[in-house]
Write a protein that binds this ligand. Sequence first.
Ligand code: ADE
Length: 211
Amino acid sequence: MKFDIITIFPDILDSYINESILKRAQKSKKIKIQTHDIRKFSKNKHKTVDDTPYGGGPGMVLMVEPIYKCLKSIKKKRKSKIILLDPAGKQFNQKMAQRYANLDQLIFICGRYEGVDARVDKLINEKVSIGPYVLSGGELGAAVITEAVARLVPGVLGSAESLQYETFSGKKADVIEYPQYTRPENFKGQKVPKILLSGNHKEIEGWRKNN
Ligand code: ADE
């Protein structure tokens, strides 16, 4: 699956997407994540991509033209969706992550909180928010959605990680809901439940269902 992220801050994302699970998944070619710097598509020599709003008002507005050109430069796959990160968009959840994971490509446009030219609406499929709060831009949202979706792409999680889900619940769960412990057995008087040290997998499974 391909993820394309259109942003004025590619460096913020490049460091996050090239570590840990996302790094490994890209190395094994299960996914590919590419950032695209909107400034490269600016037509003026100062590489500006925003301007003051028509009609007046505070702040700057991201221009439609560099976004349009950037989108045109991205090779489209068969099943793709273009998402604008926007605090007023539909709130992202695990069900949406599952739906997105069936696509071949997600293209994100990271808006700035001050605004994006309204004509960008004609270029996108959905506006999505990652929560009921306002961030300075869509970059963190694009990273959150990319990670949540990438985890659902077959082969992205190692066999240890995905097997874990199956053996304990009998069906694939989205999250581990029981308390987990690792060394030491005793941390300042707080002890690991004895049953987890027993080696009795049936009893451990039962304990986990009830905790
Ligand atoms: N941009 C600013 N705030 C946002 C949010 N909560 N979700 C997605 N994009 C945003």
